[in-house]
Design a protein around this ligand. Structure first.
Ligand code: GTB
Length: 221
């Protein structure tokens, strides 16, 4: 039985200006990896907070995922669903599958956590008297996690065997700190992310979200 073609939501005008850092990117990437065509509904900030969108996403955010009468929110849940229902992103062998899922959770709850903190520091706390001190503290927290991850990855190509949803999620998270220079301090992690970005599915997803940004610029959004 084939699933209905899913629709995801993404920013109409992403604040990252097409860098592919918003969380629709990881969903697009997963869909591209498994060869699942999809539609995108673009939403403005006010639309995200309106009742119609909140019916899909209780926190008024992107991304969401609609597939027939199934509605999902949370990029982790969405990517897991895609990986779970298509071949190619999770191993079939039960223990390897469980390890890959564990790494997905770890990317989101252990590694991304302090990276999200940095987002607040950079965008919401710039004018605070304690900004510099807090930024240094959060940078160090991120460095601690990156150092541990770097030690575990070592010279391996991917986190646990072949490329999986675990790597898709971890690379998506790590990309968020490349712009502030932290990823470059860990050459094996930088190379890991570069390998992930070189995947054709990543490139297709990146191009699709960049096209949205260019369209929003052309419309003066
Ligand atoms: N835990 C949720 C998930 O993983 O899906 C978090 C979803 C989330 O934070 N969505 C953000 C959002 O909708 C967009 S991705 N924000 C609007 C709001 O909360 O009102 C986060 C994001 C935004 C911008 C950049 N950037 O500019 O670089 C990067 C990431």
């Amino acid at each position: 039985m084939t699933s209905p073609r899913p629709t995801i939501t993404a920013f109409k005008a992403s604040p990252d200006r097409g860098q592919g850092l918003a969380r629709d990117m990881r969903v697009r990437w997963a869909l591209e990896e498994v060869g699942q065509p999809y539609d995108v509904r673009l939403v403005t900030f006010p639309e995200m907070k309106a009742p119609a969108h909140r019916a899909l996403h209780p926190f008024g955010q992107i991304p969401t995922y609609e597939e027939g009468d199934l509605v999902l929110f949370e990029s982790g849940g969405i990517v897991f669903h895609i990986a779970d229902t298509h071949a190619g992103l999770l191993p079939d062998e039960p223990k390897a599958r469980a390890r890959a899922i564990t790494w997905m959770f770890s990317a989101l709850s252990t590694v991304e956590q302090s990276i999200v903190e940095l987002q607040f520091v950079m965008f919401a706390e710039r004018d605070k008297s304690w900004h510099g001190e807090r930024q240094a503290m959060v940078h160090d927290r991120i460095r601690a996690r990156l150092g541990e991850l770097s030690d575990r990855l070592g010279d391996a190509e991917w986190l646990d065997g072949d490329f999986s949803a675990a790597d898709l999620m971890m690379a998506s998270v790590l990309l968020r700190v490349r712009g502030v220079g932290l990823l470059g301090e860990y050459p094996n992690l930088a190379a890991y992310v570069a390998r992930a970005e070189a995947r054709p599915a990543y490139k297709r997803a990146f191009a699709a979200q960049l096209e949205v940004f260019h369209a929003s610029q052309a419309q003066g959004a």
